[in-house]
Structure formats: structure tokens, C-alpha cells
Design a protein around this ligand. Sequence first.
Ligand SMILES: [Mg+2]
Length: 366
Amino acid sequence: MKIEHIEVIEMEMPFDKGISKNDQVGFLNWGKLDFCLIKVETSGGITGWGDAFSFQCRRPVAEVLKHMVIPRVIGKDALDIVNINSELQQALHLFGRYGITMFAISGLDIALWDIAAKAAGLPLYKFLGASSVKNVPAYASLFRYEDPECVRDRVTYAKKLGYQKIKLHEIGIEEIGAARKAAGDGTLLMVDVNCPWTPEEARMMALKMKQFDIHWLEEPINPPEDFDSLAKLAADTGISIAAGENACTAFEFKKMMSSDAISFAQPSVTKVGGITEFKKIATLAEIFGTQLMPHSPYFGPGFLATLHLAQSIPNSGWIERIFIEPEAGLYPKELYNPVKGSFRVLDDIGLGVEPDLDVIKTYRVT
Ligand SMILES: [Mg+2]
């Protein structure tokens, strides 16, 4: 079954943050989701869908796909996924082992796994080796509101929806304190700060946060690959560190895990090298005894791929649900909403559902 044609579909979709606040600066200035979808058509008549990470880098990722990835794979056997992935990584190693090149490879890889599972007549999770469905817990991943009142409001709403695990993206102590107060003692609270601090700044902030019983502190230090400083921070403060959304390939995760930097590893299937590379990282996590916590603030094929992967990994951690509402759903909206704290996985072949072509038509920009 040959790869005959690949289409790259770029979309921009407005989303609702759930708050009304006038000064929408910084994080709050972000108002549209980027999508870089990959549609792969084969000589066997099977079509697969993938997506490459493209938040605020959509056009460059699409260009890498069009000019560097697609010309290398047209005519290849679509089922030869691991070799295609390996050959692309080797051929393009000069152009970034982290970042846009790997995002593009990830998107293609997801589409090829969708095709392979469809060719086998199986849902992807079964194709990956799991026969029964388990409950995979969800956590609410709140936006950064930079306002204690908004934080209180969103934490209260997340609890009302049944979330028992809530992640903040705040960097201010006042906002984090407001979240703990609204959440109460029984709710797990995580804080993701997105690499703002030096090691010393991170140490001071981590010590201040301890009073709020933070389950993990995510990406406190810049640059994200300073694993030695992360390890020292964890040892000095006793706070658990999560990281991994800024890492690609199993080799980077091996370095992170062997440096004792993290308690929670957060591979992102649309970044690390797709399903092929994610599976290797899951094996590493098992060997190193590091808890997996997939990074998945997505609404496209990458989100579905994460749900299927979670079914096929014995200790898959929790699935992230970014707490925004896109204007339209590529897939039925109920897929993104956990029931009794868990996401369900679809039993149809491949990723389980095809994207809504009308939604693509409405929001595509190329
Ligand atoms: Mg994060």
C-alpha cells in the first residue's frame, strides 16, 4: 500500500477562554488555535489523518512538511512506519532534533499509524496491543488568567464539572493561593509556569508554593533542557517536577530521566516524533520508574492518538484537557469532555472518527 498523496491543511480556530477580562495581554492575548493537519492517501484507498504541533508556528511547520518531509515519502509503503520515521529523523537531523522538523515528522507518523490500524481493521488502541478499555483519568488544564478572581471562578467551574485534578498556568503566588482556597483540600493542584525562571528564582518560588500543597511544579527553569538544575531544585525543595513538552525523541527523555530531574514525564505525541517515538518514551518511563503524564492540549488527531496510546500503556498517567472551548469541533464535542473524570476511547477503526470536513472548510486558511 503506497503513499500516493499527502495534503497539508492549515486551520485557525477562535476559542473561548470562559472569562471576561478587558486587558487581554500576555497569555490572554492568545485567541486562536492553530492546526496543521496531515491527510495521507494511499494506493489501497485508505486515508489517514495526523496533526503536527503548530501553536504559533503553523506556517513554518507546514512548509517543512511540504518541502522536506513529503517529497521523501511519496511512493513508500505506508505500513513501513518505523522505518519511515527513522529514515526521516536521519535525513533531517541537521535541521533540528527539537522543534519544527520533529513536529512535522510527528504529524506524518500519527497519520501512518491511523492507516495501519485501519488496514488491520482495528481501533488504534487494539492495534497497539490492548484489548480492553480502561478508565484514563482526565485533568483540567486551566488557562493563565493573571487574576485571582478569574482563577477562583475557573477552579470552581472545573470542580463543578467533576474534575478532581486541576492544573494552573499561573506564576503569581496570589493566584495560586486563590486556586487552593477555591479547590479545597481534597483536590490535586498542579502548577505549570512554562520556563520563566533562573534556578535561584525557581528555588524561591517553589518554597513559597509549598504551602499550597502543589502536586507538581511544571517547567520552572529556563532553558528547559537544564536537567541538572531541575534535579537540584527537586532535591533542595522536595517539590515534584514535571517536564517534557519541550523535549523530542526518546534520547532527550533518557537524558532527562537519568538526571533525576523529573517525577513526571510529559511527552507530546505531536512533537516527540509521533506515536513511534512516544511508545519508546513510555518504555523508558517504565524502566526509569518515572510516571508518564502525556502533554495533550489538543483537539485534533493528536488528542485522539493520545487517548489510544494511553489505553495501550499499563501506567499511562492522566490526560490533559486544556480548559478552553474551540468555536467548532473537528470531532463530536463529547469526545473532549470526560465522564466521571475519565475520557472514553472510540471503538471504530484507526483513530476512531474522521474529522468533520465542513469544519475544515470553514476554518482552513490555505
Ligand atoms: Mg506545560
